[in-house]
Design a binder for this molecule. Structure first.
Ligand SMILES: CC(C)(COP(=O)(O)OP(=O)(O)OC[C@H]1O[C@@H](n2cnc3c(N)ncnc32)[C@H](O)[C@@H]1OP(=O)(O)O)[C@@H](O)C(=O)NCCC(=O)NCCS
Length: 147
């Protein structure tokens, strides 16, 4: 199967976001304040009308690297049955290309510790102290990738 990353509408990715990112957490919705940013791009991988993977990207300073032009990614989710098939890596490639195009020199995420191996495999480095994320109550670190 060849997968293609495209820009999609927020309402098209919400079901997948909630299914993957809110499973087993206290939260039931998955809206982010950054969804309203004018520069936000929601990436999706769609097959036969179904969104299989998504992540959202926007310019935002990283608290660990103030003053550095930075693009943050959020809402990184791959459908359960397709995890480990390379879709997440395709989204990181697309987002990193966008970030470079927009003048960012780093990409960063508030990464779940359970997903840190994924980010590290793609060139991110855990930075700063760990913290517990509010909506998920899961341990996180900021992960940064130099572009
Ligand atoms: C984390 C997630 C986005 C990764 O996407 P994916 O499509 O499953 O990952 P890929 O198949 O592209 O993996 C790329 C590489 O990272 C590795 N990897 C993926 N998930 C990993 C994990 N949780 N821990 C360690 N390594 C991982 C893969 O083995 C692969 O390595 P390889 O190139 O040596 O084969 C996806 O598994 C997911 O949606 N998980 C649940 C939600 C989640 O945790 N989202 C992130 C919130 S911060």
């Amino acid at each position: 199967m060849t997968y293609t990353v495209t820009s999609v509408a927020l309402h098209d990715i919400m079901q997948l976001r909630v299914a993957v990112l809110r499973k087993g957490t206290p939260a039931t919705d998955c809206n982010y304040p950054e969804d309203a940013y004018p520069d936000v791009v929601h990436f999706g991988i769609i097959h036969e009308g179904t969104v299989l993977a998504t992540s959202s990207w926007f310019m935002k300073e990283c608290p660990e690297l103030p003053g550095v032009p930075a693009m943050q990614l959020k809402g990184m989710a791959v459908a359960d049955h397709l995890q480990g098939e390379g879709l997440g890596a395709l989204l990181i490639d697309a987002g990193s290309a966008l970030a470079t195009e927009r003048g960012a020199t780093i990409a960063w995420a508030r990464a779940r510790d359970s997903a840190m191996g994924f980010y590290e495999r793609l060139g991110f480095v855990a930075t700063g102290d760990g913290f517990i994320d509010g909506p998920t109550a899961m341990p996180h670190h900021i992960a940064v990738r130099m572009l």
